[in-house]
Design a protein around this ligand. Structure first.
Ligand SMILES: [Zn+2]
Length: 289
């Protein structure tokens, strides 16, 4: 089961989240038939999305993460329909590039860095919150660090990773630390030093799991580590698709069904196919009781 462990360090002067997203990434690979490179990029983005989701205050709050770096993977979208879930897609799931000289997948090359990372949060207010930041490398950890600092004013550190093997994703996840306003330079120095251990965070997650990482690397820092919260890939498109169809209006839908024999809509996030025919019309357009 995927999960997020959160905690506070230095008696509440910094907060930490450790995320394990292996199953989520494997589900994305299966749904979208991702290449290992696409899985690495979307997996990192899904891990960021999981972090954003768990920081929403209300169960009805929603977010969208859009990464558009101009690279061959195209745009990356991540969002969530309900608490403790994420879903995502990339425009080109078949993207492939040569392995980098250091043996790693070229996520930065796939994503590109000519564009921005945008976070839209619907917090139930009149206007959504929109944060936007230029991409730095397309590697996504660095880009999200930059986003948190420049757009939300938070001093932070982010490590993200996806480790693939011949069966798919072997381990994926990340570690995100945010320094709160009364953090001092010494704490930031200590945290930077610890973060240098996470250059290959997915390998570490495969070996130790996030509970052990939390205790081993952070347990001594006046830490309070909270119980794990579960996380998974889930798409609740049924109601949304029905809303879209209803939005077309009965006359329009009837015309399409008459001309084409059916109305077919595919959900981009879960690849589920919805087919409506004449017999669905009454049910689709019945007035809400
Ligand atoms: Zn769906």
């Amino acid at each position: 089961m995927d999960k997020i462990i959160k905690g506070v360090l230095f008696n509440g002067k910094a907060r930490i989240a450790l995320i394990e997203s292996t199953e989520t990434v494997n589900k994305a690979i299966k749904i979208h038939d991702l290449t290992p490179l696409a899985a690495a990029a979307l997996g990192r983005a899904l891990t960021i999305g999981a972090y954003i989701e768990t920081n929403l205050k209300s169960e009805s709050d929603r977010f969208n993460l859009i990464i558009n770096g101009g690279g061959p993977i195209g745009k990356i979208y991540v969002s969530s329909d309900r608490p403790h879930t994420v879903k995502g897609l990339v425009e080109n799931p078949q993207v492939d590039l040569p392995i980098r000289k250091d043996g790693k997948l070229d996520v930065g090359g796939a994503v590109g860095k000519n564009g921005d990372l945008v976070v839209v949060k619907d917090l139930g207010l009149k206007e959504p919150y929109i944060g936007r930041c230029k991409l730095v490398s397309g590697e996504l950890a660095e880009d999200y660090t930059n986003y948190l600092y420049k757009s939300e004013g938070i001093l932070n550190a982010v490590a993200l990773g996806v480790l693939n093997d011949s069966n798919g994703c072997k381990a994926a996840g990340g570690i995100i630390i945010e320094a709160l306003p009364d953090a001092d330079d010494n704490m930031v120095f200590i945290l930077e030093d610890i973060m240098s251990n996470f250059t290959n965070v997915s390998q570490l997650i495969a070996e130790k799991g996030i509970e052990e990482i939390a205790n081993f690397y952070f347990g001594h820092l006046d830490a309070e580590i909270f119980p794990a919260e579960k996380l998974g890939y889930k798409c609740d498109c049924w109601a949304k698709i029905r809303r879209i169809v209803r939005g077309l209006g009965r006359a329009e839908v009837e015309d399409i069904i008459k001309e084409q024999g059916m109305l077919e809509i595919k959900c981009d996030y879960c690849r589920k196919n919805y087919v409506y025919t004449e017999k669905d019309l009454d049910y689709l357009f019945e007035e809400k009781k």
